[in-house]
Design a protein around this ligand. Structure first.
Ligand SMILES: [Zn+2]
Ligand SMILES: [Zn+2]
Length: 214
Protein backbone atom coordinates (compact mmCIF):
# COMPACT_ATOMS: atom_id res chain seq x y z
CA UNK A 1 0.00 0.00 0.00
CA UNK A 2 1.20 3.49 -0.82
CA UNK A 3 1.09 5.76 2.24
CA UNK A 4 2.45 9.28 2.58
CA UNK A 5 1.95 11.76 5.43
CA UNK A 6 2.74 15.46 5.15
CA UNK A 7 2.39 18.43 7.50
CA UNK A 8 3.21 22.15 7.32
CA UNK A 9 2.97 25.25 9.55
CA UNK A 10 1.07 26.67 11.33
CA UNK A 11 -0.92 23.64 12.56
CA UNK A 12 1.44 20.80 11.56
CA UNK A 13 -1.68 18.76 10.96
CA UNK A 14 -1.01 15.50 9.11
CA UNK A 15 -2.58 15.08 5.70
CA UNK A 16 -2.39 11.65 4.05
CA UNK A 17 -2.26 10.08 0.61
CA UNK A 18 -3.13 6.38 0.60
CA UNK A 19 -3.06 4.40 -2.63
CA UNK A 20 -3.30 0.96 -4.17
CA UNK A 21 0.00 0.07 -5.85
CA UNK A 22 -1.73 -2.25 -8.36
CA UNK A 23 -4.70 -0.19 -9.58
CA UNK A 24 -3.28 3.28 -8.71
CA UNK A 25 -6.58 4.25 -7.11
CA UNK A 26 -6.19 6.27 -3.95
CA UNK A 27 -7.73 8.47 -1.29
CA UNK A 28 -6.78 11.75 0.36
CA UNK A 29 -7.34 12.14 4.09
CA UNK A 30 -7.74 15.52 5.82
CA UNK A 31 -6.25 17.89 3.23
CA UNK A 32 -5.17 21.06 5.07
CA UNK A 33 -2.51 23.69 4.51
CA UNK A 34 -0.17 20.99 3.11
CA UNK A 35 -2.59 20.24 0.26
CA UNK A 36 -0.10 21.28 -2.46
CA UNK A 37 2.32 18.66 -1.15
CA UNK A 38 -0.46 16.06 -1.19
CA UNK A 39 -1.40 16.99 -4.75
CA UNK A 40 2.25 16.67 -5.79
CA UNK A 41 2.47 13.27 -4.07
CA UNK A 42 -0.61 12.05 -5.93
CA UNK A 43 1.01 13.14 -9.21
CA UNK A 44 4.35 11.55 -8.36
CA UNK A 45 2.61 8.28 -7.45
CA UNK A 46 0.37 8.46 -10.56
CA UNK A 47 -2.73 7.96 -8.44
CA UNK A 48 -6.32 8.59 -9.32
CA UNK A 49 -8.05 9.97 -6.21
CA UNK A 50 -11.42 8.36 -5.60
CA UNK A 51 -12.45 9.99 -2.32
CA UNK A 52 -11.54 12.99 -0.18
CA UNK A 53 -12.07 11.69 3.36
CA UNK A 54 -12.30 13.86 6.48
CA UNK A 55 -11.78 12.59 10.02
CA UNK A 56 -13.60 15.66 11.37
CA UNK A 57 -14.28 19.27 10.43
CA UNK A 58 -11.94 21.35 12.57
CA UNK A 59 -10.46 24.07 10.41
CA UNK A 60 -6.90 22.68 10.34
CA UNK A 61 -8.23 19.48 8.73
CA UNK A 62 -10.26 21.11 5.96
CA UNK A 63 -8.38 24.16 4.61
CA UNK A 64 -7.13 22.07 1.68
CA UNK A 65 -10.48 20.58 0.68
CA UNK A 66 -11.11 23.27 -1.96
CA UNK A 67 -7.79 22.80 -3.80
CA UNK A 68 -8.06 18.99 -3.47
CA UNK A 69 -11.57 19.02 -4.91
CA UNK A 70 -10.42 21.24 -7.80
CA UNK A 71 -7.43 19.01 -8.49
CA UNK A 72 -9.19 15.64 -8.31
CA UNK A 73 -12.93 16.24 -8.66
CA UNK A 74 -13.47 13.51 -6.07
CA UNK A 75 -16.39 13.56 -3.62
CA UNK A 76 -15.84 14.95 -0.11
CA UNK A 77 -16.93 12.72 2.80
CA UNK A 78 -17.70 13.82 6.35
CA UNK A 79 -19.69 12.51 9.31
CA UNK A 80 -23.05 14.25 9.44
CA UNK A 81 -22.57 15.34 13.06
CA UNK A 82 -19.64 17.59 12.11
CA UNK A 83 -21.50 19.48 9.40
CA UNK A 84 -22.15 22.51 11.69
CA UNK A 85 -18.37 22.90 12.14
CA UNK A 86 -17.68 22.45 8.44
CA UNK A 87 -20.21 25.14 7.60
CA UNK A 88 -18.47 27.53 10.01
CA UNK A 89 -14.97 27.08 8.57
CA UNK A 90 -14.53 30.81 8.06
CA UNK A 91 -15.48 31.56 11.68
CA UNK A 92 -13.23 28.74 12.91
CA UNK A 93 -10.36 30.37 11.05
CA UNK A 94 -11.13 33.72 12.66
CA UNK A 95 -10.76 32.10 16.10
CA UNK A 96 -7.12 31.48 15.15
CA UNK A 97 -6.70 34.88 13.47
CA UNK A 98 -6.57 33.22 10.04
CA UNK A 99 -8.45 34.10 6.92
CA UNK A 100 -9.91 30.86 5.59
CA UNK A 101 -12.01 30.35 2.48
CA UNK A 102 -15.20 28.37 2.91
CA UNK A 103 -14.51 24.90 1.42
CA UNK A 104 -16.86 23.40 -1.19
CA UNK A 105 -19.93 21.55 0.15
CA UNK A 106 -19.70 18.05 1.59
CA UNK A 107 -20.82 15.56 -1.07
CA UNK A 108 -21.55 12.48 1.03
CA UNK A 109 -22.10 11.75 4.71
CA UNK A 110 -20.45 8.53 5.88
CA UNK A 111 -23.02 5.78 6.26
CA UNK A 112 -20.48 3.54 8.03
CA UNK A 113 -20.41 0.97 5.21
CA UNK A 114 -16.93 0.12 3.82
CA UNK A 115 -15.64 2.15 0.86
CA UNK A 116 -13.46 0.49 -1.75
CA UNK A 117 -10.43 1.88 -3.56
CA UNK A 118 -8.32 -0.50 -5.64
CA UNK A 119 -7.54 -3.64 -3.65
CA UNK A 120 -8.29 -1.93 -0.31
CA UNK A 121 -11.24 -0.74 1.65
CA UNK A 122 -11.82 1.98 4.19
CA UNK A 123 -13.91 1.06 7.23
CA UNK A 124 -15.49 3.91 9.14
CA UNK A 125 -15.71 3.95 12.95
CA UNK A 126 -17.61 6.76 14.66
CA UNK A 127 -15.37 8.09 17.44
CA UNK A 128 -16.97 11.23 18.92
CA UNK A 129 -15.58 13.14 21.90
CA UNK A 130 -13.05 15.52 20.38
CA UNK A 131 -15.99 16.66 18.27
CA UNK A 132 -19.41 15.09 17.62
CA UNK A 133 -18.68 13.78 14.11
CA UNK A 134 -15.17 12.44 14.59
CA UNK A 135 -14.38 9.19 12.79
CA UNK A 136 -11.51 6.72 12.64
CA UNK A 137 -10.71 5.50 9.13
CA UNK A 138 -9.39 1.93 9.12
CA UNK A 139 -7.43 0.60 6.12
CA UNK A 140 -5.77 -2.82 6.20
CA UNK A 141 -2.83 -4.18 4.24
CA UNK A 142 -0.59 -6.65 6.09
CA UNK A 143 -1.05 -4.18 8.96
CA UNK A 144 -4.08 -2.36 10.28
CA UNK A 145 -3.77 1.39 9.73
CA UNK A 146 -5.98 3.73 11.75
CA UNK A 147 -6.37 7.37 10.73
CA UNK A 148 -7.80 8.70 13.96
CA UNK A 149 -7.86 12.47 13.43
CA UNK A 150 -7.52 14.26 16.78
CA UNK A 151 -9.04 11.50 18.91
CA UNK A 152 -5.77 9.89 20.05
CA UNK A 153 -2.13 11.01 19.82
CA UNK A 154 1.20 9.43 20.74
CA UNK A 155 1.18 9.97 24.51
CA UNK A 156 -1.84 12.25 24.50
CA UNK A 157 -5.54 12.53 23.69
CA UNK A 158 -7.69 14.98 21.76
CA UNK A 159 -8.79 18.14 23.51
CA UNK A 160 -12.37 18.19 24.72
CA UNK A 161 -12.69 21.88 25.65
CA UNK A 162 -13.83 22.99 22.19
CA UNK A 163 -17.54 23.23 21.30
CA UNK A 164 -19.06 19.75 21.03
CA UNK A 165 -16.18 18.14 22.91
CA UNK A 166 -16.86 15.69 25.75
CA UNK A 167 -14.20 13.93 27.83
CA UNK A 168 -16.24 10.87 28.82
CA UNK A 169 -17.39 10.30 25.25
CA UNK A 170 -13.81 10.70 23.97
CA UNK A 171 -12.44 8.16 26.44
CA UNK A 172 -15.22 5.75 25.54
CA UNK A 173 -14.34 6.14 21.83
CA UNK A 174 -10.67 5.46 22.58
CA UNK A 175 -11.14 2.50 24.90
CA UNK A 176 -14.24 0.89 23.40
CA UNK A 177 -13.94 1.66 19.67
CA UNK A 178 -10.20 2.04 18.96
CA UNK A 179 -8.66 -0.40 21.46
CA UNK A 180 -10.66 -3.43 20.18
CA UNK A 181 -9.02 -2.89 16.77
CA UNK A 182 -5.94 -4.56 18.22
CA UNK A 183 -2.63 -3.75 19.91
CA UNK A 184 -0.74 -4.16 16.63
CA UNK A 185 -2.80 -1.54 14.81
CA UNK A 186 -0.76 1.44 13.62
CA UNK A 187 -2.25 4.77 14.66
CA UNK A 188 -1.77 7.76 12.35
CA UNK A 189 -2.87 10.78 14.40
CA UNK A 190 -3.91 14.14 13.03
CA UNK A 191 -0.87 15.74 14.64
CA UNK A 192 2.54 14.35 15.58
CA UNK A 193 4.15 10.94 15.09
CA UNK A 194 2.59 7.53 14.51
CA UNK A 195 2.05 5.17 17.40
CA UNK A 196 0.28 1.85 18.01
CA UNK A 197 -2.84 0.93 19.93
CA UNK A 198 -0.78 -1.32 22.21
CA UNK A 199 1.65 1.43 23.12
CA UNK A 200 -1.14 3.88 23.94
CA UNK A 201 -3.17 1.29 25.85
CA UNK A 202 -0.18 0.48 28.05
CA UNK A 203 1.62 3.82 28.42
CA UNK A 204 -0.61 6.78 27.47
CA UNK A 205 -0.90 8.73 30.77
CA UNK A 206 -4.38 10.05 29.96
CA UNK A 207 -5.63 6.57 29.15
CA UNK A 208 -4.08 5.08 32.29
CA UNK A 209 -5.63 7.81 34.44
CA UNK A 210 -9.04 7.10 32.92
CA UNK A 211 -8.76 3.34 33.32
CA UNK A 212 -7.70 3.73 36.97
CA UNK A 213 -10.85 5.69 37.83
CA UNK A 214 -13.12 3.78 40.19
ZN1 LIG B 1 -9.56 18.71 15.77
ZN1 LIG C 1 -6.29 19.00 14.35
Amino acid sequence: MILEAHAVAPFFKNGFVVGCERTREGVIIDPGDEVDVLIAAVGRQSLSVKYILLTHAHVDHITGVGPAKSAFGAPVYLHRDDLPFYERAVQQGQMFGLSVQQPPPVDVFYDLSPMKFGDYEVRIHHTPGHCPGGVCLEIRDEDTHLFVGDTLFAGSIGRTDLPGGNYDILMRSITQVLFPLGDEAIVHPGHGPDTTIGRERKANPFVLEYLEQP
